[in-house]
Design a protein around this ligand. Structure first.
Ligand code: SDX
Length: 428
């Protein structure tokens, strides 16, 4: 490939240097485009625009490949733990046994939050959706974290460990408040995942009984969500961070972006869709017809992806775990069967095949979370706990770049041309 590309016909020929990649598409550097040609680029939804260079995650959407720091997601899901994967995503290398033990110990000792924060969670109405509660909890956490709001490596390290350690506690407190139940203190004798499960489902009056298949399934689900390059919420974290805002404010922005049903909120929307199909009594075939009829505006939630034009590798792994967890008391095997029927119907239908629409990470994950005992409103909070290492890693990567600039996209103006002010008595 040549090291530059020329655009002609814009009045001024424009030479664009090629920006090479280790894997995946290279790019054209258009940073001088507007100043040189008077033209800007236009890319609705930024589907063709690289917003940054990054060394964290690689996705090949056509081949269904996902790698964190070069390691295939299948190998990490099979052999790693979420805390080990979080270390890899954030620091770039798999930890040695000593590094992992020290990392786990540092995290374990930071899981508590200031006592006044426990009262803060009691102020939310019980029916509050846990995503705004989590975002508020993050902003509250920042007000108690004066020594980790700065730019020093020590402050960023403190904030990194505090977020990884405390976000599950915030999530569990939001959930316990929604149930009017006691908020448990973390237990340092437990693993990261066990601690979160006990704070979510445990009671101060009795020991919590763990199920190994649930603990491992949640560990794997969080691994699968740990990062996903420049998705909507991660791009939001980067954009907020590019202004110099602290990591708590940036991650809170990521939580809010993730809450949308087209993004992380899809795992809740999938289970609502499956239940609606079940309750309405319509056949899967009829529902697929409704999705294909553009006038209905109905989307097959949990299907389709901006990058994966093949089966989302995460969905394939989640599907393997669905069966094992579905036999638990809260498992909705009836909805799993509808999901499997929907998948078969869609994968055999030209509408979906032509548009390369396959199950994504959200199609089966909600069914597993529900089988674990989480209400559907908590599903996207679980996505956020998983995505946290990625948001942190991407924010740190941005802020470690001395040449990083504040994000400030341009636009194509299509509003009214210049016009004179009309005094109110002259307006009809
Ligand atoms: C996540 O970016 C990431 O990496 C995100 C994520 C991560 O880990 O961070 O992977 C997590 O957000 C997964 C996606 C969860 N969202 C959903 O499941 C919601 C349903 N999916 C769609 O809304 C949609 O597929 C998107 C938003 C995921 C992707 O949308 P795009 O890339 O903008 O694609 P598009 O809307 O331009 O769709 C292309 C065509 C359109 O039809 P035509 O105009 O060509 O006729 O496909 C159709 C769309 O109408 N289409 C769907 C569909 N998704 C796309 N039709 C029915 N059901 C769907 N789900």
């Amino acid at each position: 490939m040549s090291d530059s590309v020329r655009i002609t016909g814009l009045g001024h020929d424009f030479e664009m240097p090629v920006v090479g990649s280790v894997d995946g598409p290279a790019g054209f550097d258009i940073s001088r485009l507007l100043a040189t040609t008077g033209f800007t680029s236009y890319d609705d939804g930024l589907a063709n625009t690289a917003s940054t260079k990054s060394a964290i995650t690689y996705i090949d959407g056509d081949a269904g490949i996902l790698r964190y720091r070069g390691y295939p997601i299948e190998e990490l899901a099979e052999q790693s733990t979420f805390l080990e994967t979080a270390y890899l995503v954030i620091y770039g290398e798999l930890p040695t046994a000593t590094q992992l033990a020290e990392w786990e110990d540092r995290i374990r000792r930071k899981t508590m939050v200031d006592e006044r924060m426990r009262e803060f969670f009691r102020m939310f109405p019980r029916r509050s959706h846990p995503m705004p509660v989590l975002a508020s909890g993050l902003m509250m956490l920042s007000t108690f974290s004066f020594d980790s709001l700065g730019e020093s490596p020590r402050a960023i390290e403190k904030a990194t460990e505090r977020l990884i350690a405390k976000v599950p506690t915030l999530a569990a407190y939001g959930y316990k408040n929604s149930r009017g139940e006691a908020m448990l203190y973390p237990d340092n004798s437990l693993s990261y995942i066990e601690n979160f499960l006990r704070m979510s489902f445990g009671y101060p009056t009795e020991a919590y009984a763990f199920h190994d298949e649930i603990t491992r399934a949640l560990d794997v689900l969080l691994i699968l969500h740990a990062d996903h390059e420049q998705n909507c919420s991660t791009s939001t974290v980067r954009l907020i961070g590019s202004s110099g805002a602290n990591i708590y404010a940036s991650v809170a922005g990521g939580v809010n972006a993730l809450s949308g049903p087209l993004h992380g909120g899809a795992n809740q929307a999938v289970v609502e869709m499956l239940a609606a199909i079940k309750d309405s009594g319509i056949s899967v075939k009829e529902y697929v017809q409704q999705v294909k009829d553009k006038k209905t505006g109905i989307k097959l939630m949990g299907f389709g992806h901006r990058i994966y034009k093949n089966y989302d590798p995460r969905a394939a792994i989640i599907k393997q775990h669905a069966d094992a967890v579905m036999n638990l008391k809260a498992g909705r095997r009836d909805l799993l069967e509808i999901a499997q029927e929907l998948e078969q119907a869609a994968l055999g239908d030209d509408y979906f095949v032509e548009r390369k629409l396959y199950p994504n990470v959200d199609f089966y994950s909600g069914l597993i979370y529900e089988a674990m005992g989480f209400p559907k409103e908590m599903f996207t909070v679980l996505f956020a706990i998983g995505r946290l290492p990625g948001w942190i890693a991407q924010w740190r990567e941005l802020r470690s770049n001395p040449k990083a600039k504040i994000g400030r996209p341009r636009q194509i103006y299509v509003g009214p041309a210049k016009r004179e002010y009309v005094p109110i008595h002259e307006r009809d």
